[in-house]
Each structure stands twice: as structure tokens, then as C-alpha cells.
Design a binder for this molecule. Structure first.
Ligand code: NZQ
Ligand code: ZN
Length: 388
């Protein structure tokens, strides 16, 4: 087992009726609050009014930055940072899904930088610090509410870049499953695919010496497979939404990594798709993941597939490992494309092979993605082709 540091500093208020703690938590950082949110769903679900009431009751001063896009743009980050500098904001409050929280993280960091926030993403400059961030999550998917990462798009350069920094951890996150009752079937399905992918990117690993974490990951995957269909048919089922929400946070907050060291594979490939085609992150992952698994399956990796098939999909453990492996991929595809109803191919969502070469080159950084199976540009192009 490799050595590692465990450090997840986000305080979580989980469940209904926790918003009463918001004013107290924000007040720890000052009086001037910038609320960041997306295209208006928080207003239609009645959350906006509740949040504003809590902020006013606490005697805090409210500023707003709305219109954060899905696949958040660096232009929005710059807009937010300008407000922070001008209004001398003390604390940021992100209310929304991963896009809003991610944008808020870089607004916080860009407030301490005089140039274009894109310089932070491209590593032209380093993050020194960030404004403190509090989040209220409304969509279970990315885990941004409890991790130190964010991903930002630049529509001019057709890039989507992620970055992690300890300063970007939300200090506090409010996770009320009832705030996700209004998430539609498509976003619920995409969120589930994203959570699953975050786990699978770590689970499919060659250092197989963290049995305890493998068991945790299998439990998290089973949670997504059990509860997403319930959330789809009963959007206001508290038990289902609560289990998905907590699984979303723990899938990517660092806990399951333990000492495992291996690059992720599907995420770098998907970010290139989102960068060019502006597709929903979870949908891109759903299409890529079964093909990536198929591409990585061979005699050296089959034991992990066997473990996955037996422990996650309850396939007969007495069957041949290769047979279990293939069946597990079939069951995963059935879950993603039939149960969740997500589109199965790039062709169905209007993506052809014209950008495969450039996307593959960027995804592996012009070299090799050192993942479960190391992937060079040609490998990634092959996987993209399997998705057509
Ligand atoms: O913009 P609003 O009006 O808020 O509507 C959103 C948006 O249209 C809507 N929505 C959110 N909560 C809702 C709701 N609609 C009804 N009721 C609610 N309660 O859903 C749409 C999608 O929202 P978005 O925030 O874009 O979705 P998600 O949470 O999936 O975030 C995706 C972004 O996160 C990045 C992705 O790349 C993508 O840019 N990721 C961030 C990660 C991280 N920080 O660690 C890791 C992930 O792998 C991922 O890359
Ligand atoms: Zn993801």
C-alpha cells in the first residue's frame, strides 16, 4: 500500500432543514457575500428565496453573479472575479450543480490574480489563495461540493481544463437531497454516469492492495445502480436522492484514492468532447466508459473485471473470468443505455470523426495517458472510433 495524505476539510450539513446554519457559517468569513448561480433553476425550485432570506436574517450584504453555464466558461469566471475585486467580497456562496461550484472556485482564485483567469487553468500562473467558498448543492454528480477540483471551458480556444488546488475545497457544503427533486431524468442519468465513472477511474487499477477501499467502491457503485432507477421513476424519493447525493460526494473527495496512483482515462477523453461539442459531461462518460473497458480487457486485466462483475453485478463467481468480464460490460451498458436511457453512440449526438485526432492528442498530452492500460494518441482515437 502506497503512502498517502488524507485531508478533506469540507464541513458538510447533510439533509433537510439545515439551511438555518448558513448565516452563521458565512459570517465566519465576513459580511459581503457573492452568491453565484446558474441559469435560474434555483429560482424556479424556490431555493433562491430561502437562501436570500437566510443571508438577510444574518445581517449580511448580498451580491450576485448569475448565468454560470453548464460547462462553465472562463468568461464567467472573469466576470465573477471582477465583481469580487470591485465589491470587496469576503466570501463566495455557490448555489447549483458542479458547473456553478467549479466556476465559483476559480472566481475565488482569480480574485487574487490581476490577469485573465485562463492563465490559472493553463498553469501560466499558480494559485496563491482563494476567497472562502461555501456551496449549496442542487445536483448529484460531480462531487465538486467536497473536492478541490474544478473544470473550466474556453470556447475561443476550444479547451476544457481541470485543476486541483487545496485552496479550492469548499469550506462548507449544504447537501439537502430535496434540492435535487427537480433534477430532470436526463441530468439525473448523466449525474449517475459521472458518479460511476469517478469510482471506476480509481477502481480499475493495477495496484490491487487496498481491499478495504475496493469494498467501499463496490458499495458506492451498487448504490448508484440501485437508487438511480428509483430517482428516475420517483424524483422525490428522499432515500434515493439522499443515497445518490452522498455517493456523489464520496466518489471523488479523495477518500477512495488511498495510495492508488494511476491517471484517469475517460475523464481526459471526455473533457475534449465537452470542449469542442459542449455536451453534458456525464453523457460523454457514459458513451466512452464501456468502450474504454472493452479496449482495456485482456489477460492482464481480466481479474479486475471479474471482481467487478461478481461483486457489483452479482455474476456467478464460478463462471470463467473472461465470461464474467464480458457479461459485466454488457450489464454496465444495459444500465447506462437502457435503464438510464442515455444515448449510446457519438453518431446519435451528432459527433463524427473529424476531430478525433486533435482530441486524442490533447487528451494524452501528446504522450501517453498512464491509466489502467496506458493509452497513446492512436489508442484514444481507436476508443473514439468504437463510440461512433
Ligand atoms: O444552470 P441551472 O439553472 O442551475 O440549471 C442546471 C443546468 O442546466 C440544471 N440543474 C442543476 N440543479 C438543478 C437543475 N435543474 C433543476 N433542478 C435542480 N435542482 O442542471 C443543468 C446541469 O448543471 P451542471 O452544474 O452543469 O451539472 P453538473 O453538476 O453535472 O456539472 C458538470 C460540470 O462539472 C464538471 C464537468 O466537467 C462539467 O463542467 N466536473 C467537475 C468535477 C469536479 N469539480 O471535481 C469533476 C467532474 O468529473 C466534472 O468534470
Ligand atoms: Zn466526472
Amino acid at each position: 500500500m502506497n503512502s498517502f495524505i488524507y485531508d478533506i476539510p469540507t464541513r458538510v450539513y447533510f439533509g433537510e432543514n439545515q439551511l438555518g446554519h448558513l448565516g452563521k457559517e458565512l459570517s465566519k468569513y465576513g459580511k459581503r457575500v457573492l452568491m453565484v448561480y446558474g441559469g435560474g433553476s434555483i429560482k424556479s425550485i424556490g431555493l433562491y428565496d430561502k437562501v436570500v432570506a437566510e443571508i438577510k436574517n444574518a445581517g449580511l450584504e448580498l451580491f450576485e453573479c448569475s448565468g454560470i453555464e453548464p460547462n462553465p466558461r472562463v468568461t464567467s469566471v472573469n466576470r465573477g472575479a471582477t465583481i469580487c475585486k470591485k465589491e470587496k467580497i469576503d466570501v463566495l456562496l455557490a448555489v447549483g450543480g458542479g458547473s456553478t461550484i467549479d466556476a465559483t472556485k476559480f472566481i475565488g482564485a482569480a480574485t487574487y490574480y490581476e490577469g485573465d483567469a485562463w492563465d490559472i487553468l493553463t498553469r501560466k500562473t499558480r494559485i496563491t489563495k482563494s476567497l472562502p467558498i461555501v456551496s449549496i448543492l442542487t445536483l448529484s454528480a460531480t462531487g465538486s461540493e467536497m473536492d478541490a477540483a474544478g473544470v473550466i471551458s474556453n470556447m475561443e480556444t476550444k479547451d476544457k481544463i481541470g485543476l486541483m488546488h487545496p485552496a479550492l475545497f469548499p469550506r462548507v457544503s449544504f447537501l439537502d437531497p430535496t434540492n435535487t427533486y427537480t433534477v430532470d431524468a436526463y441530468q439525473t442519468a448523466c449525474g449517475a454516469a459521472d458518479i460511476l465513472s469517478h469510482i471506476m477511474e480509481v477502481y480499475f487499477n493495477r495496484n490491487q492492495d487496498l481491499y478495504m477501499l475496493d469494498c467501499v467502491m463496490e458499495g458506492l457503485m451498487k448504490t448508484v445502480i440501485k437508487y438511480t432507477p428509483i430517482a428516475l421513476t420517483e424524483p422525490d424519493n428522499y432515500e434515493a436522492r439522499a443515497n445518490l447525493m452522498w455517493a456523489s460526494s464520496w466518489a471523488i473527495n479523495g477518500f477512495i484514492n488511498g495510495g492508488k496512483r494511476q491517471a484517469w482515462s475517460c475523464h481526459p477523453m471526455e473533457h475534449e468532447l465537452s470542449a469542442i461539442y459542449d455536451i453534458t459531461h456525464g453523457l460523454g462518460l457514459a458513451i466512452l466508459t464501456p468502450r474504454w473497458l472493452e479496449y482495456t480487457l485482456d489477460e492482464t486485466t481480466v481479474s479486475k473485471f471479474y471482481q467487478f462483475g461478481v461483486n457489483v453485478f452479482d455474476i456467478d463467481k464460478n463462471a470463467e473470468p473472461m465470461e464474467v468480464a464480458k457479461k459485466s460490460m454488457d450489464l454496465l451498458s444495459d444500465f447506462l443505455f437502457n435503464t438510464l436511457g442515455l444515448q449510446r453512440t457519438f453518431t446519435e449526438i451528432g459527433i463524427d470523426d473529424s476531430n478525433f485526432s486533435i482530441m486524442a492528442e490533447k487528451a494524452c498530452g501528446g504522450s501517453v495517458l498512464p491509466g489502467f492500460k496506458p493509452l497513446n494518441q492512436k489508442d484514444i482515437e481507436n476508443i473514439f472510433s468504437m463510440c461512433l
